[in-house]
Design a protein. Structure first.
Length: 730
């Protein structure tokens, strides 16, 4: 195989991957439109959007020879066309079948991606396709007399009784330059019917010296037979309509249309002979001219932008529109770019340290300039990774619909804050935990319709997803207006499983947190939704892996809200560098409030891990980082207090030295150190030393406990009085 063949294969493979990615986007649009149609059947725009998505998938699949995808999507598209034309009413069963079609198209696309075909999927696709055809054909009149009274296919799009269609096709010279493959349309045409005769027209090919290798000179005269409508043939060539000249003669085309086509294409003796053979005379009389009775030539009906199916958007127009401003980038390439930016940040910090040590003004100036440029590159690279969470929220419309119907509950889903952006890696990781939270709210949280009416609530339950920025974090809330946490049942189950002592009397907040224990479940029986004891502990574990926190707030009879707090990014943050002993600690700059001198109350107590102090009349808790992490040695005579905020709570952190702002590249801790609480990760300083990144929310959770528990350091690993192997001075 030649190098050029390899290059062509790579180009085709890349284009195929692009099609599959675009198909997933269209599937999401298809599903979203169907869900809106179910609640608002009168919204024609969503019906058009669903048709657009299905048509785009089918067109792309036809270009890449994905026969199974084309065949099945055509069935769904035909039903959607029947809905758009008013031939079939929009019913609950119709929407349900179309949603199943969306899932089936997804499975068929997965087979294209993996290259492996599953016979079960093929059987299911055939069965579902038969159901779609049954609904579509059920709208057609059964009386042949009624059929004969309908207008011709050329004007209404109804299926022709007999005979063959004639398609005269001439591609424009820019077709290839615009990324179109003429033969793919011919191949696709053969999948929707039978191409009985095809003649290639080469009259437009110039002499060799005048030949442009990138220009298209192809033309075809095609005799086609199939159980199709005029609209079906329009859709076959929808994506190429602006790059070619197409005329279509229906099986019952008039003699004027046939004569006009023969006159237009018969530019030579050979072409006239060909057109006379493929487009014979009809017995229908010409229309007489009003004055002299001479035949009146008529214009052929072409596929033009005005004749396109309603709502269809062409790719040719999209190429020249807003979509041309976007390109797709592989995620691993983006990750590699962020890693390189991180190394630049570390190198820039090192350059500044050397400039300070050398006491060279010129060196310091250029180091500062490089630092500013690196910071700009960092913000730009991280901005590329930020995506809105709205796409993730959108998938829950289908989850709520399917689960609520299986449970027999009426549920409304409210989505707010969809434009809130967070790191793409977080979006992918948090999707499954959010799915479980939503399903859990549907099953455990919301009452049945009868139960809600008995409790004086509206019969329809409500589940809300909300996202917003707060204090340098992303906050995601999943709430419901259901029954709330049954704390008595939770506590009894926890005691039964030995999660808490039999004589324990935990607080309401502690009881709520018990539902996150591994293997914990209060379901009385196992279903396909819940009852296996697997879920909330996995949710918490995934949130913890993202350096986030999860809080449960529940009111019996009112509802439950689960709040997840996540950092803005997992890669590089603006930090504030501090020092305790010989160890450097970094605080996220977004949580910083202010730095103050050590209050007198904190100086008076040199042995307590934590306590409280007065900040201008406001009593705040504080944590002595030196004692919390087991540093040995005496504290310096002068220390500083850093006031930070998290989750609407302020707390003071007592440190030895303040070193200022620092661009922080987050490095994960090794597995041996992952048990440490209060440490989110590590970073490399410009000097080559390792700094530890403090996890402020975890520290706040520790000081929220009673003072007696904080002082008893052996009961909490974060506040262990024993020297920490990481925090021990080198």
């Amino acid at each position: 195989m030649s190098a050029r063949d390899n290059d062509d294969d790579e180009i085709i493979a890349a284009a195929r991957e692009g099609f599959l990615e675009e198909a997933q986007d269209n599937l999401r649009q298809f599903e979203a439109a169907l869900l809106v149609m179910e609640t608002n059947p009168e919204d024609a725009e969503n019906l058009n959007a669903a048709f657009r998505a299905a048509h785009t998938i089918k067109g792309g699949a036809g270009l890449f020879g994905c026969t199974a995808v084309v065949a099945f999507t055509h069935e769904a598209e035909t039903l959607l066309e029947a809905l758009r034309s008013g031939q079939h009413p929009l019913t609950e069963r119709t929407v349900a079948l179309l949603l199943q079609s969306r899932d089936m198209i997804g499975k068929l696309l997965d087979e294209v991606h993996t290259g492996q075909n599953d016979p079960v999927v093929a059987t299911d696709a055939a069965d579902l396709g038969a159901q779609l055809r049954a609904i579509t054909k059920g709208t057609a009149p059964d009386n042949p007399t009624e059929k004969s009274q309908t207008p011709s296919p050329a004007t209404t799009g109804s299926v022709a009784e007999d005979g063959s269609w004639h398609i005269s096709l001439r591609f424009g010279q820019d077709a290839l330059r615009n990324g179109l493959d003429p033969l793919s349309f011919i191949r696709y045409l053969g999948k929707v019917g039978q191409v009985r005769e095809l003649v290639s027209i080469c009259e437009g090919v110039p002499e060799l010296m005048a030949l442009d290798a990138e220009a298209c000179y192809l033309g075809f005269e095609i005799t086609f037979h199939g159980d199709v409508t005029r609209a079906d043939l329009d859709q076959v060539f929808e994506f190429v309509v602006e790059d070619c000249d197409i005329q279509i003669l229906a099986p019952d085309a008039s003699v004027e249309e046939c004569a006009a086509l023969r006159a237009k294409r018969g530019t030579s003796d050979a072409m006239r002979a060909l057109m006379d053979r493929m487009v014979p005379e009809r017995v229908v009389e010409f229309k007489a001219h009003e004055a002299g009775g001479d035949p009146v030539p008529v214009e052929l009906e072409e596929i033009s932008p005005e004749r396109r199916s309603p709502g269809i958007e062409r790719r040719a127009g999209a190429r020249r529109g807003d979509d041309a401003k976007f390109i797709r980038v592989r995620a691993d390439k983006l990750d590699q770019l962020v890693d390189l930016i991180g190394e630049l940040v570390i190198a820039s910090s090192g350059a500044k340290l050397i400039a300070q040590r050398e006491e060279s003004p010129d060196f310091m100036e250029i180091a500062m300039r490089i630092g500013d440029l690196v910071e700009g590159a960092r913000d730009g690279a991280l901005g590329l990774r930020m995506v809105p969470i709205g796409e993730t929220f959108g998938r829950f419309q289908r989850v709520v619909r399917d689960v609520s119907k299986s449970l027999g509950k009426e549920v409304d889903l409210e989505l707010t804050g969809g434009d809130t952006e967070l790191d793409k890696a977080m979006v992918e990781t948090i999707a499954d935990p959010l799915t479980h939270l939503v399903r859990n709210a549907l099953d455990h949280g919301l009452e049945t319709t009868e139960g809600r009416i008995a409790a004086g609530k509206p019969p329809r339950g409500r589940i809300a997803l909300n996202a917003y920025h707060e204090g340098g974090q992303i906050v995601i809330e999943v709430s419901d207006d259901g029954r709330g946490v049954n704390r008595e049942k939770v506590l009894a189950k926890a005691k039964e499983k030995g999660l808490v002592p039999a004589d324990a009397q935990p607080s309401d907040a502690e009881i709520d947190q018990l539902i996150c224990a591994p293997g914990f479940s209060t379901a009385d029986f196992v279903t396909d939704i819940s009852g296996r004891g697997v879920g909330m502990d996995v949710v918490k574990r995934n949130v913890d892996s993202l350096r986030g926190t999860m809080q449960i707030v529940s009111s019996p009879g009112v509802g439950t809200t689960i709040q997840i707090r996540l950092p803005l990014t997992l890669a590089i943050i603006d930090g504030f560098l501090t020092q305790v002993g010989q160890i450097h600690y970094v605080l996220p700059l977004d949580v910083m409030v202010e730095c103050i001198e050590t209050p007198a109350a904190c100086r008076a107590s040199r042995t307590d891990v934590s306590g409280v102090f007065d900040l201008r009349g406001e009593v705040l808790p504080y944590v002595d980082i030196r004692r919390a992490f087991g540093h040995v040695g005496e504290a310096p005579a002068r220390q500083s207090m850093v006031v930070v905020r998290s989750n609407r709570t302020k707390v003071g952190l007592l440190v030895d030295r303040l070193l200022g702002e620092h661009q922080t590249v987050i490095k994960p801790l090794g597995a041996v150190f992952k048990h440490l609480q209060g440490i989110a990760g590590s970073t490399i300083l410009g000097s080559g030393e390792v700094g530890l990144i403090l996890e402020v929310p975890t520290l706040l959770q520790t000081i929220a406990r009673p003072t007696s528990q904080l002082q008893n350091a052996t009961k909490h690993p974060v506040l262990s009085a024993q020297p920490n192997p990481i925090a021990t001075p080198h």
